[in-house]
Design a protein around this ligand. Structure first.
Ligand code: SAM
Length: 328
């Protein structure tokens, strides 16, 4: 069967395999194969192929299935679709019976999964939390690993999307040591923690008190508590950081425009803002650009440094990111 793979020279194979494993990007059900001095590492279906292509050579290739591992597809006779968040597997099935059948097959397999949940609601409310049907197991708290950082979180209490791993990594790779990094909607810290690991002085704010508690714990767990200030509250009410930030992350698509006045107040003389938005494919960047310009000018000159489509959100709608530089 043709499988999407990363192709790397053999001598880079182990390092690449490790990096991909940290992103949960490897399809465990296929054998990694060596041919003509190259390693072919199979990629899981959830991985964002377009994003990977920026860093790796991605090819389609015939690969053997692993024989030794029992996988969910073995008893089911079809390939179920699921996401992994630590030792929790997440399915998205409308039919409860089918969801339970898949859940049983997942826990019976050799995958390191303790809990299986089905999506029971859209992401809702100000805190952006979803409801779940717990199909197998009890615990909804887990530790998820992403690019070498570990995030403790409870999916019933906080927002977290493993699908954004590549996008977060893209942003964090731009962070310089000693810069001042402000995440206005920090959640459990998937931007803040790796930014602090790069040496940035970080502030993370969230309205969800439980998320802020996890952010504090994750700063400890990852050894960066001395560089992370975690604040619970509405970011519009936070005081003491005017003209402070060299970089601001605004990951609250749908309503980030309501927070632009605050972002501009937080920005120092030269500040990059990563502004997430969800807009129709007919004009995915225009509304964000206009809103930022209206909030920033004339005090700041605004330059759009990057217009990036993160993923498709719904038919004809995309989740996008604008990287914008504000200079006073
Ligand atoms: N940045 C995190 C991530 O990538 O996983 C979380 C992003 S989540 C889409 C948005 C977060 O914004 C939620 O955790 C929510 O609680 C928080 N939030 C919503 N309104 C807020 C506000 N007025 N001030 C601070 N945080 C807020």
């Amino acid at each position: 069967m043709a499988v999407t793979c990363v192709r790397v020279p053999r001598e880079e194979g182990e390092a690449t395999r490790k990096r991909l494993a940290e992103r949960d990007a490897i399809a465990e059900e296929y054998e990694i194969t060596v041919e003509d001095g190259y390693l072919y590492i199979p990629l899981s279906e959830e991985v964002d192929r377009a994003a990977l292509e920026e860093g790796y050579e991605v090819v389609d290739r015939e690969l053997e299935r692993r024989e030794t591992q029992t996988l969910p597809a073995d008893p089911l006779g079809f390939e179920p679709s699921y996401e992994r968040l630590g030792d929790i597997a997440i399915v998205d099935e409308d039919d409860d019976e089918r969801a339970r059948e898949i859940a049983e097959a997942i826990v019976a397999s050799d995958l390191p999964v303790e809990t299986v949940v089905n999506r029971a609601s859209p992401i809702e409310g100000e805190l952006r939390v979803r409801q779940w049907d717990v199909l197998v197991g009890e615990r909804t708290e887990t530790v998820h690993r992403e690019y070498g950082s570990a995030f403790e979180l409870d999916i019933e209490e906080v927002y977290f999307s493993p699908r954004l791993a590549t996008e977060r990594h893209r942003v964090v790779e731009q962070v310089a040591a000693d810069e001042r990094f402000f995440d206005m909607f920090a959640g459990v810290g998937p931007f803040v923690i790796p930014a602090a690991k790069r040496g940035a002085d970080c502030v993370g704010v969230d309205l969800n008190e439980v998320a802020v508690e996890y952010l504090r714990r994750n700063a400890e767990r990852n050894g960066v508590a001395d560089r992370v200030t975690a604040i619970h509250g509405d970011v519009r009410d936070v005081e003491g950081f005017d003209d402070w930030a060299d970089r601001i992350v605004m990951n609250l698509p749908h309503s980030a425009d309501e927070f632009l006045e605050t972002a501009v107040a937080l920005a120092d003389e030269d500040c990059v803002v990563h502004y997430y938005d969800i807009q129709p494919d007919s004009d995915p960047f225009g509304p964000g650009e206009r809103a930022i310009r209206a909030a920033a000018e004339p005090d700041y000159e605004m330059t759009v440094e990057n217009r990036r489509t993160v993923r498709s959100y719904a038919p004809h709608e995309s989740n996008v990111c604008l990287d914008v530089r504000l200079q006073r």
